[in-house]
Design a protein around this ligand. Structure first.
Ligand code: NDP
Length: 453
């Protein structure tokens, strides 16, 4: 079988080798998943719930191991990686409550009884990117399995190790063989087969908007269900009446967390012009003090970029741009890049418009509320964002007006596993997490039973 070398981004060295599946192996795995679906859908709701809770417990018992693996697999800081493994446990526990509650309806009709069922779809294909290998996998497989589907999951070629380990832990927890399979390999081979194979009834894709569009087009051929979580260029809007100290202290984490390789990164910083200079003066020490260290170090706030290619792509945004100030990064092997603040000359600047996916934030002043909303919405994306103000009315007005799937006021938060997450415009289609995601892994069936009257 072909293999892929996995590189530790903090050293640039190969740290493990994993299989890379070809077409025949992918087809065989999908066929096993199709057969396993016949059994899994018939497992009683109570037993399915117990198995998912057991899976959560086994993940809990391996959090430190998974986190240490993610440090090497993806260059995540150990603190973030512990949170991410814990998030998989939490998502499993949350959706473990679903099998016993996935009730249909009884609808009044004449001459009989009409009931609805939430039927599982069959085999679900999940395609995961390299930026959050564990949580994004869990957001797909936990609700899919809870709803009675079987899952084939393709991790990114750059970061397959933790997903492979989660697949092993699922078996250790007692999930039946082939209910949850992790299939490492290339997107163009394994991922593409999820799109074209008729037994795969839904594709959940997270990644670039470009590939997302091609997946959606491919799924159209079989009217295959698809969920897309794509790129972002989210705004962080700071009004003059905000707690500026709090906003400036939070702004670096809002974009440099995970080295900016975050679809929710608030990479467009909009600051009201009356406090623009004051805010930048508060921001500078926070950026310079951002701790970019060996990700295995407990005090590290940011690790390296994922690859040399990603570093080259991020570096290209500095050409001809106005750098306001930068933080520091280790002068060592690995794909390090310092936190960087760029001054946008206008909203036409390339670094203002494109998803950089690195630790780079662009700053632009705005006049008033209307101007802030106009600039925030002047993008093809609409995933996340923040706004900072002490005016409750403004907080609500602007929250409603900004075209984005998730928004937080006086906070950086984007994701809670029990609330919906997903994008507007070209940031995606459908929602993950929360109660709605569960239903997206089912089809409603309506059954009428005549009572003969
Ligand atoms: P991609 O969209 O290419 O990759 C995401 C996932 O899709 C990976 O598992 C990849 O597999 C798979 N894939 C790639 N091509 C296909 C295909 N034709 N059919 C099915 N699956 C496929 O992202 P990149 O890794 O190339 O990142 C490029 C840029 O995309 C980033 O710089 C960033 O701007 C954006 N991005 C956004 C993300 C987000 O969360 N919004 C996540 C990742 C990237 P494999 O890698 O193994 O080939």
């Amino acid at each position: 079988m072909a293999t892929t070398e996995v590189i530790d981004p903090s050293t640039g060295e190969v740290f493990t080798t994993v299989p890379s599946l070809g077409l025949a192996e992918t087809d065989a795995a999908i066929e096993r998943a199709r057969i396993a679906f016949g059994e899994w859908r018939r497992v009683s709701p109570g037993d399915r719930a117990r198995l998912l809770r057991r899976f959560a417990t086994v993940v809990e018992e391996h959090i430190e191991e998974l986190a240490r693996l993610e440090v090497r697999n993806a260059g995540h800081t150990i603190g973030n990686a512990r949170w991410e493994a814990g998030n998989v446990r939490d998502v499993l526990n949350y959706y473990a409550g679903a099998p016993e509650r996935l009730a249909g309806r009884q609808i009044p009709v004449a001459g009989g009884v009409d009931v609805t069922f939430h039927e599982p779809l069959g085999v679900v294909g999940i395609i995961v990117p390299w930026n959050f290998p564990m949580p994004i996998a869990g957001w797909g497989f936990a609700p899919a399995l809870a709803a009675g589907n079987t899952v084939v999951l393709k991790p990114a070629e750059l970061t397959p190790s933790t997903a492979i380990r989660l697949g092993e832990l699922a078996l250790e927890a007692g999930l039946p063989e082939n209910v949850f399979q992790v299939l490492p390999g290339k997107g163009s081979v394994v991922g593409q087969r999820f799109v074209t194979h008729p037994a795969v009834r839904k594709v959940c894709f997270t990644g670039s908007t470009e590939v997302g569009k091609s997946i959606m087009a491919g799924c159209a051929d079989q009217v295959k269900r698809v969920t897309l979580e794509l790129g972002g260029k989210s705004a962080n809007i700071v009004f003059a009446d905000a707690d500026l100290d709090a906003a400036a202290a939070a702004a670096p984490g809002a974009v440099f967390d995970n080295a900016g390789q975050d679809c929710c990164a608030r990479s467009r910083l909009l600051v009201q012009e009356s406090v623009y200079d004051k805010f930048l003066a508060l921001l500078e020490p926070a950026v310079r003090g951002f701790r970019v260290l060996d990700p295995a170090d407990d005090s590290s706030e940011m690790g390296p970029l994922i690859s040399s290619g990603q570093r080259a792509a991020v570096t290209s945004y500095l050409e001809g741009s106005d750098i306001a100030f930068r933080g520091t990064a280790p002068d060592a092997n690995g794909w390090w890049f310092p936190p960087t603040v760029l001054l946008a000359r206008s909203n036409a600047d390339r670094h203002w418009r494109e998803e950089i996916f690195g630790p780079v934030v662009s700053v632009l002043p705005f006049r008033d509320e209307e101007d802030a909303i106009r600039l925030a919405n002047d993008t093809e994306y609409g995933l996340s964002g923040s706004l900072w103000t002490r005016d409750v009315g403004r907080a609500l007005r602007v929250s409603r007006a900004v075209e984005t799937g998730a928004l937080s006021v006086n906070s950086n938060s984007s994701v809670r596993y029990w609330t919906p997450f997903g994008g507007m415009k070209q940031s995606g289609l459908g929602r993950e997490l929360g109660p709605d995601a569960l239903l997206s892994f089912t089809d409603v069936k309506n059954v009428f039973i005549s009572t003969g009257d």
